[in-house]
Design a binder for this molecule. Sequence first.
Ligand code: ATP
Length: 239
Amino acid sequence: MLSARNLEVVYDDVVLALRGVSIDVPEDRIVALLGSNGAGKTTLLRALTGLLDIHDGEVTKGRVTLDDTPIHRASPERVVRQGVRQVLEGRRVFVELSVEENLKVGAHTARSRMADNLERVYALFPVLGDRRAAVAGYLSGGEQQMLAIGRAMMSEPRYLLLDEPTLGLAPRMVENIRDVVLEINKGGTAVLLVEQNATMALSIAHHGYVMETGRVVLDKPAEALLKDDDVREFYLGLH
Ligand code: ATP
């Protein structure tokens, strides 16, 4: 289980971005993380993957644990080696490298299994297999998102953290990403899914959290969140 307990995060010694956040991502589950802009979702992902330092952020209280071992002081490389992998918001791929080269870069923790993992990623995203020699910069936005997720899958993560994977994508591509997240989870990887698209996220998640101004304000099974009046009004646009 990947967990945050009473996590407090401060940026530049002054900006209090998380004010005592606790969440659990159990093995093999899909967990949705919802919340408006600036609620602290990205900060929480950074805290879970050792990426706070490079953003001048610091855990000032609480802790992050992986199978009960504290990891909030671990380097990003160690966190990846331990099976926790994040796909950053904004589809960061190496635009000048080919699709396959991008995937090979992602494989640094499991070189000996590179060929198997490449096939696994191509099975998950057939379009990447078809375009394996194409320069990544020429892929569509949706394809680049697939490539970013595929690259993360090359290191066989136990936990995959996705930051807004469907942002700006056409509905058909959103469906595609949704199916892939389900497939990845079926393969035994737990997923923490940060999404603006609450309907999509809650339709596949087992559990969900809603954050507001650095706090978790709702913590419920996804099904219950879909029925929650505030969630329906603010995140699903239903009354
Ligand atoms: P979004 O959906 O807009 O990405 P979010 O829920 O992911 O929002 P965060 O990006 O985690 O929210 O931001 C939480 C708070 O921390 C905000 O007030 C933001 O301005 C602040 N913050 C984020 N990154 C930094 C940084 N590097 N330095 C200072 N403040 C930051």
